[in-house]
Design a binder for this molecule. Structure first.
Ligand code: ZN
Length: 281
């Protein structure tokens, strides 16, 4: 019999079924797993399958298998259910829509008709830390009620200029970001009606009672954006722990295109999870 579960800690791992998991994912998910185990808490697996153009169902089976092979165990997920089901984001649209409506009715959102090209070309828009161009403000004056007819509309969050986003990150130490300077007005709902990563993630982490988010350091600026959403929705943000990013032998950040470093390939080559974890030390 194991120790009684500490319901006070709820962590999560959130893979996307858009390719095979690589060693960088494994290290982040292993960290999340270890932090939940150390606190005798709950680890949730959430399938982040909102990107309809890139998602393929066979990658869900693949990540479940690869994570199990790597030794990662979770207590709630799309394969085993749990009190916060469903565990696939594509089935959680009602919650995303409710968060969207709350933001819109409170006046945080505006309808934007700019194309990606419009934004790229506007006064050579500066870029945020994650290389997203900072929104030049073209449609910012519009109220939520002024939705232009007949044009594709995305909905953006109007960031409070100059507001500080400070937190102590479990992995990266003290963080200090500024709305409007480090990132601009960001999309929460795409023209095809699909919620952005920022909105879906906040809505689901809140609804699932997540107490600590463990993810890659490439998402630090997303965390700053998400803290604004928590504040606007009147929700308490979880703690954050951002893991260092893994690079290949040339210093290039690992991506799903690094097929040779996919867990699948490494397993076929006879590598073991223990050996791969040793290499991180
Ligand atoms: Zn616009």
């Amino acid at each position: 019999m194991g120790l009684p579960v500490n319901a006070g800690y709820r962590g999560r791992i959130a893979p996307s079924p858009t390719g095979f998991l690589h060693l960088g994912h494994a290290r982040t998910f292993w960290t999340a797993h270890q932090r939940a185990v150390a606190r005798n808490g709950i680890l949730i697996l959430r399938n982040e399958d909102l990107d309809r153009d890139r998602v393929r169902p066979e990658f869900v089976e693949a990540f479940l298998e690869d994570l199990r092979w790597f030794g990662i165990r979770w207590q709630e997920g799309p394969d085993c259910g749990g009190p916060h089901a469903p565990y696939s984001q594509s089935e959680r649209r009602a919650g995303h829509a409710a968060a969207f409506e709350a933001l819109r009715s409170a006046g945080w959102l505006f309808p934007c008709t700019c194309s990606r090209k419009d934004i790229q070309s506007a006064v050579r828009a500066p870029h945020a830390a994650d290389d997203e161009p900072i929104y030049p403000g073209t449609c910012r004056h519009r109220s939520a009620a002024e939705v232009p007819a007949g044009r594709p509309v995305s909905w953006r969050f109007r960031v409070p200029e100059g507001q500080a986003l400070d937190w102590i990150d479990g992995g990266q130490g003290p963080q200090s970001w500024t709305a409007g300077r480090d990132f601009g007005d960001f999309v929460v709902l795409r023209p095809d009606g699909v919620p952005s990563y920022q909105l879906a993630c906040v809505s689901d982490d809140h609804a699932m009672g997540i107490t600590e988010v463990v993810r890659g350091a490439d998402l630090l600026v997303s965390t700053a954006r998400q803290i604004l959403l928590y504040r606007a929705l009147g929700w308490t943000p979880p703690d954050f722990f951002h893991c260092p990013l893994m690079t290949d032998e040339h210093g290039v950040r690992l991506a799903k295109r690094h097929a040779s470093l996919s867990l699948r390939t490494l397993r076929e080559q006879g590598r073991t999870p223990e050996e791969l974890r040793q290499s991180w030390r």
